[in-house]
Design a protein around this ligand. Structure first.
Ligand SMILES: [Zn+2]
Length: 106
């Protein structure tokens, strides 16, 4: 994974029945899977069943992405606050252009 520390997706536990009449799930002992869902670039939702070994690391990776998104939102807000100040600075530093208007005789 190198320096990649988060995964863009959601993690959840899925409990379900399989539909077989003689299965334990028919008496309430549901099957359960951990699922990672995420959107591909084309916008298609993908669901991946996880092995028990993958769950812990992916929980951390999903949480890390949540934190990343919070930080990005804070930065975007700061940027919106900074832009008017940068524009004000630009106006304060700009020289006025030479004035070629003729004075009107009245
Ligand atoms: Zn079953």
């Amino acid at each position: 994974m190198g320096c990649r520390t988060f995964v863009k997706g959601s993690l959840y536990r899925w409990e379900h029945t399989c539909g077989k009449k003689n299965c334990r799930c028919a008496e309430g002992a549901l099957h359960e899977h951990w699922v990672l869902s995420y959107y591909e670039k084309e916008g298609k939702l993908v669901k991946v069943y996880l092995t028990p070994e993958e769950v812990g690391a992916l929980e951390k990776a999903v949480e890390a992405h949540r934190e990343f998104k919070k930080t990005r939102a804070r930065l975007a807000k700061k940027h919106a606050q900074l832009l008017p100040l940068i524009n004000e600075l630009e106006n304060a530093l700009a020289m006025p252009p030479p004035n070629r208007k003729k004075k009107e005789k009245g």
